[in-house]
Design a protein around this ligand. Structure first.
Ligand code: PEP
Length: 256
């Protein structure tokens, strides 16, 4: 049984006050004893500390949205993975399509960041997903396999206990265009099959694969009830407790 993960990617949103109050509202739903689902929020780096304070004592986990593949040193503007663990973060999102699209992150960079994150004690949420034109050209499977091959290069089966995959079709991110339940399930099966071939059946069975792309309370139950969808990476809807909490509930309903 894979425990569902509901993760919120706040992107470059919130301010100090709203980050703290949003985290507090979500933390209220996630007592330390909660063991049906895992809930993670990934605020902007400058608000990590206040969000960690708001989450303190609860079961809410906190992650970064990105981190450097370098050790601390002369890298202006960067955040080292060890700085995230030092603060108390448990996770880091890597290879989000916005990082790939706007900051030129290729699979090789995602791979070195993933290795650094794991070596620093973080769990990595590694994002993959196809562009609309790639889907329309029938290239989805090839794109996903190539991103997985590059992003997870050199990792061992053991390393994979600290890796979560997020399938985020780029055409569904922030667009309101959600993948159908069948499209999501088909992509997740493809990713799980790849995990079995690259690692083994235990890794394939244990690795959580999240769906991301315009997840909202009204489509969450359908997506999350797919056999190979183990949770959601949520952007816009994670910024409002009244939207994110029902998505957490939908995840919990799949294991009730
Ligand atoms: C995301 O940023 O990872 C995302 C899935 O965004 P949204 O839910 O807004 O589509």
């Amino acid at each position: 049984m894979r425990r569902p993960i509901l993760a919120g990617n706040w992107k470059m949103n919130t301010c100090r006050e709203s980050a703290g109050s949003l985290a507090a509202a979500i933390a209220e739903q996630v007592p330390a004893s909660r063991d049906d689902v895992e809930v993670i929020v990934c605020p902007p780096a400058v608000y990590l500390d206040s969000v960690l304070s708001a989450a303190s004592g609860s079961g809410l986990q906190v992650g970064g949205q990105n981190a450097s593949d370098q050790d601390p040193g002369a890298f202006t503007g960067e955040t080292a993975c060890t700085m995230l663990t030092d603060l108390g973060c448990s996770h880091v999102i890597l290879g989000h399509s916005e990082r790939r699209q706007f900051y030129g992150e290729c699979d090789g960079v995602v791979n070195s960041k993933t290795k650094k994150a794991l070596a620093s004690g973080l769990k990595a949420i590694v994002c993959v997903g196809e562009l609309l034109e790639q889907r329309e050209a029938g290239e989805t499977q090839a794109v996903l396999e190539s991103q997985m091959t590059g992003s997870l290069a050199d990792l061992s089966a053991d390393d994979m206990t600290s890796v979560v995959i997020a399938y985020e079709p780029v055409w569904a991110i922030g667009t309101g265009k959600v993948a159908t339940n069948e499209q999501a399930e088909e992509a997740h099966v493809c990713l799980r099959t790849w995990l079995e071939g690259r690692f083994n059946s235990d890794v394939a069975a244990a690795t959580r694969i999240l769906y991301g792309g315009s997840v909202k309370p009204d489509n969450a139950a359908g997506l999350l009830s797919q056999a190979n969808v183990d949770g959601a990476l949520v952007g816009g809807a994670s910024l409002k407790p009244e939207l994110f909490i029902p998505i957490i509930d939908a995840g919990a309903a799949t294991v009730a």
